[in-house]
Design a binder for this molecule. Structure first.
Ligand SMILES: [Fe+2]
Length: 194
């Protein structure tokens, strides 16, 4: 039967705990199980927490890159307008769908997903681009998106390793798909500058 679990209290890895990773604090919030059975999917609570923390950073990077790509779709100017306006639209639409997959994977692992600008800003490794000046060049936009896609890829690669070590194949699969997309985006964007 149930091991003396405190019914409504957060578990050991719950809300009051934080951990640092690469100097960036990730607060992982494990969803209280209430009257539901404990999660027992063959991955330890500690491993689920580590993976969820990685996914929180990945989600924050992904959201920040999504927003930047949409921003540039709106604000791009110049001789490359048509090409880039359309290219950025294809990228941000694809990225938008992946945000949902990532957040829902966190939920399946028993953790809450970050869903506020404050959390995304705290957790992301990608700088925002507030208020582009009217002199912003399309090349600078493309350069920032190359860097951003590569930052997302680096984070995905770390999460993939953590998930692989824990036998979490669904997260490995998701991160593999995201790596393919973001590395391809980076290649296509970089090609515009070569
Ligand atoms: Fe549009």
């Amino acid at each position: 039967m149930a091991k003396n679990k405190p019914s409504n209290k957060p578990s050991k890895s719950g809300p009051s705990r934080t951990s640092a990773s690469k100097g960036m604090e990730t607060k992982s919030v494990e969803t209280p199980t209430g009257n539901a059975p404990d999660i027992d999917i063959g991955i330890s609570g500690g491993d689920r927490k580590k993976i969820a923390e990685g996914l929180a950073r990945f989600l924050s990077d992904s959201f920040t890159l999504y927003l930047k790509t949409h921003n540039f779709h709106w604000n791009v100017t110049g001789s490359m307008f048509n090409t880039l306006h359309t290219m950025f639209e294809g990228q941000y639409n694809e990225q938008w769908m992946a945000l949902d997959e990532t957040a829902e994977r966190m939920r399946a692992l028993g953790f809450n997903a970050p869903g506020s600008y404050a959390e995304f800003i705290r957790l992301t490794s990608i700088p925002e681009e507030p208020g582009l000046s009217d002199t912003a060049d399309w090349r600078e936009m493309v350069r920032q998106l190359v860097v951003g896609n590569e930052a997302v890829a680096r984070t995905a690669r770390k999460v993939l390793k953590t998930a692989d070590d824990a036998g979490d194949d669904p997260t490995v699969d998701l991160m593999t798909q995201r790596l393919q997309v973001h590395e391809k985006n980076a290649w296509m964007l970089r090609s515009l500058l070569q």
